[in-house]
Ligand binder design. Sequence first.
Ligand SMILES: Cc1ncc(COP(=O)(O)O)c(C=O)c1O
Length: 396
Amino acid sequence: MAPEPSHKPLSASGAAQDEPYLPFARPSLDEDTIEAVADVLRSGWITTGARTRAFEAALSEYFGGRIAMTFTSATAALEAALLVAGIGPGDEVITPAMSFAATANVILRVGAEPVFVDVKLASRNIDLDQVEAAITSRTRAILPVHFAGRPVDLDRLYEIARRRGVRVIEDAAQAMGSTWRGQRIGARGDLVVFSFHPNKNMTTIEGGALVLDSAEEAKLAELHRFHGIRRTPEGDIDVELAGGKSNLTDVAAAVGLAQLPRLDAFNARRRELAALYFARLNADPQPALPARDDAGHNWHMFNPLLALGRMTIGRGEFIRRMHERGIGVGVHYPALHELALYRRLGHARHGHPNAERIGRETVTLPLFPAMADSDVERVCGAVREVLAGAKAGGAA
Ligand SMILES: Cc1ncc(COP(=O)(O)O)c(C=O)c1O
């Protein structure tokens, strides 16, 4: 796909570059997908309908027969999951101190309180050693994140949850196709939520899914998904609760139906590209690479930590210099308790050192299935060049 003209980068000398702009993420949408969308648009039925039902059936099969419900986003699906679990005012939910804001915001949105636990530096996942100590009489759920698609230790997580009598809502927004001990994330567990945002390993443009076992809870989730409307066997409608409106459209579902069969190939390519980064990303000062152990990892992102203490420039300037070289770099994520909202709510600014360090130092390098091996070489070359020019004590 041609880059947006506005993204055409300038080189350090100010000259427009010949190489196309390399974003840090880009969806792989083929002509069949575009045709499938066009078919829906021509059909006269463009909102929730047969395609959405077919996509939910395909997801259910993918997750070993569990119930799969689609939503307009993972954020909406997470909120529905919390409501289905009966979580509300007065309740605490334990969640990692480093994630996308949606992970914690949804807890606030249902009136409950997020309790942040630090993440492990190597895995970036919630530190299960600290989870148990954070459980109080008000804790109703643990809401872990499979960060960048690296699976959380589900055996340990569910052992703690079962023993302490709390629910689990897995934020698997980034974990489509990840596995834990050979089993897909989502194929087991309590309430599991995925995202199909365009940056994710498969997309529906915007979209998400809630995977669960209980038909009763699915009925409740349906009420939250669509205005609280219940249809009686007689064909009347009634409204049971003040539900939201977060049903997926058939246009989005058509994209999802075309993406799902390609997911394994997408993820296999992501793993190859990640392996190439591990082999080629050497610079001075050397960034700290993510943990290499990639069993079950879908490599949704590749996030090294910059050695800021040994650099003469900050992260913002690093990103700007990479952009000058035609390369997009993201930041995933600042520590949640350091965000203005959570500070205002009284969360201490310090106390989760790994999340804080990641929040300061992390950068997301380009990683998406359509990348060529030479793109990884190009990124590594640019990182090397930018860091060589920013080495503390070296040439400026
Ligand atoms: C960890 C995590 N949780 C939740 C979300 C929210 O997903 P969505 O954009 O589908 O609402 C995202 C999306 O970036 C995410 O990365």
